[in-house]
Write a protein that binds this ligand. Structure first.
Ligand SMILES: *[C@@H]1O[C@H](CO)[C@@H](O)[C@H](O)[C@H]1NC(C)=O
Ligand SMILES: *[C@@H]1O[C@H](CO)[C@@H](O)[C@H](O)[C@H]1NC(C)=O
Ligand SMILES: *[C@@H]1O[C@H](CO)[C@@H](O)[C@H](O)[C@H]1NC(C)=O
Ligand SMILES: *[C@@H]1O[C@H](CO)[C@@H](O)[C@H](O)[C@H]1NC(C)=O
Ligand SMILES: *[C@@H]1O[C@H](CO)[C@@H](O)[C@H](O)[C@H]1NC(C)=O
Ligand SMILES: *[C@@H]1O[C@H](CO)[C@@H](O)[C@H](O)[C@H]1NC(C)=O
Ligand SMILES: *[C@@H]1O[C@H](CO)[C@@H](O)[C@H](O)[C@H]1NC(C)=O
Ligand SMILES: *[C@@H]1O[C@H](CO)[C@@H](O)[C@H](O)[C@H]1NC(C)=O
Ligand SMILES: *[C@@H]1O[C@H](CO)[C@@H](O)[C@H](O)[C@H]1NC(C)=O
Ligand SMILES: *[C@@H]1O[C@H](CO)[C@@H](O)[C@H](O)[C@H]1NC(C)=O
Length: 406
């Protein structure tokens, strides 16, 4: 089952991110002004969380030619993975191993300052590759919070949110082992620990939350999907944005990005990162997989590029190791732009007359009370940086309301 599935879905679960032009400007620690919105009280805090018994993929880093920091060998490995994934796996992956490790994760809790919706589930927001938690509070010069910040739009409906920076992004710690630590299974373990904290402690927002709506984007969706397989009881609803079960676009994404040492591309902004943390080479190599230019404003695309965050080959090569069909019984929405390059290959048509969003929802969540595909017209992969962002948020928040979670 797992094997048959991984050929179809496995590679599908890519993550993604940012967009186009201009030079790096963000300080090495993201500024707190990105943390707030005008209609909520936002607090950033560092949490120590335990990624428990994560079934990590074991990469033979020596056989791989010790690529961290060696751009030639890093690029060579992308070439090998893209052209012959199974050969790549048999050469370099020795198996899996359960590992437990603590991580320092930086997160922001936002509580509406206006009227609160006491019936609403808290929303746990998990960004994808190329971004940090500010993907969910996307705003800046000429990029208004009303139009672009999901946190703002949720707070306007009285909903509290918690978002965190995945490892190696924003203000969270960046492991130096870019294969056997910074990879997909480790991160699902971190997400599990955060989801558990929300329900079973008062560390996030000062109370134990009765219900959680988990909202992911791209690689964050892949991790959310995987959590719903391993621990469905930790979540009460799921929204997977920028995601499908069709992996056809993944190799194109990996080739288009021309992933390059972050310290070379953003020598100031990402100076803290160890060798082997990678970003897209140029604004153009970011644009191709993440942006549908006709519906994305230049200032939003520039903001995404200016705040771009890094990823490891360990994560990119282990995406296929997580996720699968889930027994989760609550509501699930898969939200996909019809111009999503990575998960739709700019062709939203799915099997049997469905679309790729609905196909993913139905295939992965056979027991869901409401497995719904939502297609966003003329929107690329990095949904929240497109002009259609607010319309997407309306549909996501309506889905929460219709299904009793807001
Ligand atoms: C904002 O939240 C923090 C942390 O929960 C709390 O200490 C503070 O009193 C809140 N401020 C307002 C204005 O509600
Ligand atoms: C980097 O990798 C290439 C092979 O792709 C190898 O020839 C070269 O010696 C390596 N450089 C260093 C400094 O290890
Ligand atoms: C995590 O935080 C703890 C407590 O602040 C600190 O002692 C530790 O060095 C941090 N670990 C890392 C890897 O940053
Ligand atoms: C909740 O926390 C308690 C005490 O720390 C622990 O014994 C219990 O296993 C936790 N439950 C879950 C579901 O995490
Ligand atoms: C959550 O709250 C609802 C309504 O207040 C209540 O009926 C339900 O039992 C609570 N569930 C849990 C797990 O505490
Ligand atoms: C996946 O997407 C590609 C590109 O749109 C399409 O050709 C292929 O038929 C799709 N596969 C499935 C199983 O839907
Ligand atoms: C914002 O918009 C103003 C007016 O259109 C323009 O002059 C300015 O260059 C824009 N700034 C950015 C960062 O795009
Ligand atoms: C889903 O439920 C079936 C039937 O109880 C069980 O065989 C299967 O292992 C479950 N799947 C997961 C991922 O837990
Ligand atoms: C499409 O329909 C065929 C024939 O009914 C079925 O075997 C297949 O599982 C369907 N595929 C999906 C993805 O629903
Ligand atoms: C499922 O969610 C969709 C989208 O929000 C909504 O239109 C529909 O009424 C829901 N169906 C059920 C059975 O709740």
């Amino acid at each position: 089952m797992k094997l048959a599935f991984s050929s179809l879905f496995a590679l599908a679960a890519a993550g993604i991110a940012a967009a186009a032009p201009t030079a790096p400007v963000r300080a090495s620690t993201p500024s707190n002004e990105l943390d707030s919105v005008s209609n909520a009280n936002c607090t950033r805090q560092t949490y120590t969380v335990t990624s428990s018994n994560a079934m990590r993929t074991q990469f033979n880093v020596e056989a791989m030619g010790n690529p961290a920091g060696n751009q030639t060998q890093t690029t060579q490995l992308f070439l090998e993975f893209i052209t012959d994934q199974s050969g790549f796996m048999s050469r370099y992956v020795t198996g899996t191993q359960a590992q437990t490790q603590d991580f320092n994760i930086s997160g922001v809790f936002c509580e509406p300052t206006g009227q609160r919706n006491e019936n609403a589930a808290v929303q746990l927001l998990l960004h994808g590759i190329g971004f940090d938690g500010s993907y969910w509070n996307f705003q800046g010069q000429n990029v208004s919070e009303e139009q672009y910040s999901y946190v703002y739009n949720a707070a306007a409906r009285g909903i509290s949110t918690f978002r965190y920076d995945r490892i190696g992004t924003g203000s969270s710690e960046a492991p130096s082992d870019v294969f056997n630590v910074a990879q997909a299974a480790t991160e699902v373990g971190i997400l599990e620990a955060v989801a558990e904290k929300l329900k079973n402690s008062t560390e996030i927002g000062g109370r134990a939350w009765n219900r959680t709506l988990l909202v992911g984007h791209s690689y964050g969706s892949a991790q959310s999907q995987a959590l719903s397989v391993a621990r469905p009881e930790l979540v009460d609803g799921i929204i997977l944005q920028g995601f499908s079960a069709n992996a056809t676009g993944l190799p194109f994404y990996l080739a288009a990005t021309v992933y390059t040492e972050a310290s070379q591309v953003f020598p100031r902004a990402l100076a803290r990162l160890p060798p082997g943390w990678l970003v897209t080479a140029t604004p153009a190599s970011n644009q191709l997989p993440f942006v549908w230019a006709p519906t994305a404003d230049a200032s939003a695309v520039a903001l995404a590029r200016n705040t771009e965050q890094a990823v490891t080959q360990g994560s990119l090569f282990s995406i296929g190791s997580i996720g699968g069909p889930s027994n989760f019984t609550g509501p699930v929405a898969v939200v996909l732009g019809d111009k999503d390059f990575i998960f739709a290959l700019n062709d939203i048509q799915g099997p049997n007359g469905t679309n790729k969003a609905q196909a993913a929802a139905s295939m992965l969540y056979a027991q869901s009370s409401n497995a719904t595909g939502i297609v966003l017209p003329d929107v690329g992969h990095a949904v929240n940086i497109h002009r259609g962002a607010q319309q997407a948020y309306t549909q996501m928040l309506d889905f929460a309301a219709v299904n009793g979670l807001a």
